[in-house]
Design a protein around this ligand. Structure first.
Ligand SMILES: N[C@@H](CCC(=O)N[C@@H](CS)C(=O)NCC(=O)O)C(=O)O
Length: 227
């Protein structure tokens, strides 16, 4: 089946990255098309693709449009039941679905305070109490999954849960957020994924800086390969 995936700038679009990883981590072929977030053409680009008002969006071979990262994940997990998008074990699959839903609906303080940025890291970021509360929740949720599975991914092998938490790992690395040794090891597993490295390289090569994501007066640092 030939899928088309509409994404925003790779350096910045965390939801696009989640959508992309739902294909890339499971070797599901997809053709990428690009829209430019914060450009005057963005709404028309998404409309021309057939999407809603945001990226990612997916067009299936028969023209069905999936206009949200969560519907992309559910569709692919049903269309490719043998590709391991969700854990096979019933309890693990239910917990993966919990984590995916919680990421999609929550962690607003962390997401707002620390926009994903694969072009640069920021020095001396001071997390607010609300961001620290999100980090504590991440420690509890991801820590429990990693302890149970033994890692290196949340449920042992990569699943959609890792696709959904990858941008959080990138934020932890980019803003130097304080995390446990267990979470740091998980962040490093995500940063080392070839799919993440290729995505980042492509973004560095072609994206222009978007001022909305500038965290000045924080100082820029080279984005780390590992933390
Ligand atoms: N609920 C959507 C959220 C997608 C989203 O907010 N995407 C951002 C880019 S990361 C976007 O398209 N922003 C531009 C806009 O909404 O105008 C999903 O999960 O796919």
């Amino acid at each position: 089946m030939a899928y088309r995936l509409l994404i925003g700038q790779r350096s910045y679009s965390s939801w696009s990255l989640r959508g992309y990883l739902c294909f890339a981590l499971f070797d599901i072929p997809v053709t990428l098309e690009e829209a430019v977030i914060y450009s005057p053409d963005f709404a028309a680009q998404v409309r021309a693709f057939g999407g809603g008002s945001s990226v990612p969006a997916v067009a299936t071979e028969n023209g069905t449009i999936l206009r949200d990262s969560l519907s992309i994940a559910w569709h692919l997990s049903e269309a490719f039941p043998r590709h391991g998008l969700l854990p096979r074990d019933d309890a693990a699959r239910a917990e993966a679905q919990n984590l995916i839903a919680e990421m999609h609906a929550g962690f607003g303080a962390l997401r707002n305070a620390c926009p994903m940025n694969l072009r640069t890291a920021w020095a001396d970021f001071v997390p607010s109490d609300a961001v620290m509360a999100d980090l504590a929740c991440l420690e509890a949720r991801l820590g429990a999954a990693l302890e149970k599975s033994g890692g290196p991914f949340l449920f042992g092998a990569p699943t959609v849960a890792d696709a959904f938490y990858a941008p959080v790992a990138i934020r932890i690395a980019g803003y130097g957020l304080p995390v446990s040794a267990r979470l740091r090891a998980y962040v490093n597993v995500i940063l080392a994924l070839p799919a993440i490295q290729e995505w980042r390289e492509a973004g560095l090569a072609q994206d222009e800086e978007v001022s909305v994501y500038d965290m000045a007066p924080l100082e820029r640092r080279r984005f780390p390969q590992q933390i």
